[in-house]
Write a protein that binds this ligand. Structure first.
Ligand code: ADP
Ligand code: MG
Length: 274
């Protein structure tokens, strides 16, 4: 991608990729080679990732599962360029971002990635529209105030919240807050959406509504990685990667369930079963 290529110019080695490598890279959004991450606190070292190799292609919807402490968030932070590996390589659209400095990583995050977290992380006392506008204010491109507002409203309408644009987070339900957070992640038109336990604070029906939005976005071509510890949520993805003790235990392609269908067939009794 041009923006990643531009910010990696300074660290690009003299060996340019061959045409074959470029073809592979065009389809491979994420490639991890033997990634490890060791957290050191005083004399204690925790091996959170112990050698993860993984490829994710453009257009996939992947669920990352595993028990608490298995390394899901650490892996997500790595893929999201919020953290750097202790060893191993990370290629994002063919660029070795494990060699990037903090500023280059920030640029990659801003240009390429969208984030959704369990706790929403919206600014309080700030309208939904203003929350969604925020990532655009940190961009280098010079957007007019009008264009910023338009893009924010467009992103809010993708998640069905255009009529709540002027509401502050405390005037919104949990599901609506998470929709605002999704709109904020989408407003920069990311190539990869990373969601860490996005439905962890939501009830069953609202969870399905959020997963339905992810499925629609994925059908439109967005690559999505979603961490969840619930198998009932993972079954809506096309591929399920399970971690155990910092290693990949299994990596399976599945026939995904449709969240829209599950919503159509929703009865209140299901509240207990999901
Ligand atoms: P998960 O998201 O699957 O619950 P994490 O990636 O958060 O797992 O954590 C993996 C392991 O790394 C755990 O043993 C956790 O205690 C440890 N860990 C995570 N973050 C830190 C940190 N900042 N400092 C030290 N240890 C950490
Ligand atoms: Mg976690």
């Amino acid at each position: 991608m041009a923006a990643v290529a531009a910010c990696s110019e300074a660290v690009r080695s003299s060996s340019e990729p061959t045409p074959e490598e470029l073809v592979v890279d065009a389809m491979t959004t994420v490639r991890l080679d033997e990634i490890t991450r060791i957290y050191r606190t005083g004399s204690i070292a925790v091996e959170a990732l112990r050698g993860i190799s993984l490829e994710i292609s453009s257009g996939e919807f992947v669920a990352i599962m595993g028990a608490s402490g298995s390394g899901k968030s650490t892996l997500m932070n790595m893929i999201g360029c919020l953290d750097r590996p202790t060893s191993g390589s990370y290629y994002l659209e063919g660029e070795d971002v494990s060699q990037f400095n903090a500023e280059q990583l920030a640029n990659v995050r801003n240009v390429m990635l969208g984030f959704v977290f369990q706790a929403f992380h919206l600014l309080p006392r700030t309208s939904a529209r203003e929350n969604v506008e925020l990532p655009l204010l940190y961009r280098e491109e010079d957007l007019s105030w009008k264009e910023i507002q338009k893009r924010a409203l467009d992103a809010l309408s993708i998640v069905g919240l255009q009529d709540r644009a002027d509401h502050a987070p405390n005037e919104l339900s949990g599901g609506q807050k998470q929709r605002v957070a999704i709109a904020r992640a989408l407003v920069t038109q990311p190539r990869l959406l990373l969601a860490d336990e996005p439905t962890g604070n939501l009830d069953s029906r609202t969870t399905l509504e959020i997963v339905d939005i992810f499925q629609q976005l994925n059908q439109q071509g967005l690559t999505i990685l979603m961490v969840t510890h619930e198998p009932e949520i993972a079954r809506f993805a096309h591929r399920v990667i399970t971690l155990r003790d910092g290693l990949i235990r299994s990596d399976k392609t599945i026939e995904p369930q449709s969240a829209a269908e599950a919503l159509d067939n929703w009865t209140d009794e299901e509240e207990v079963s999901i």
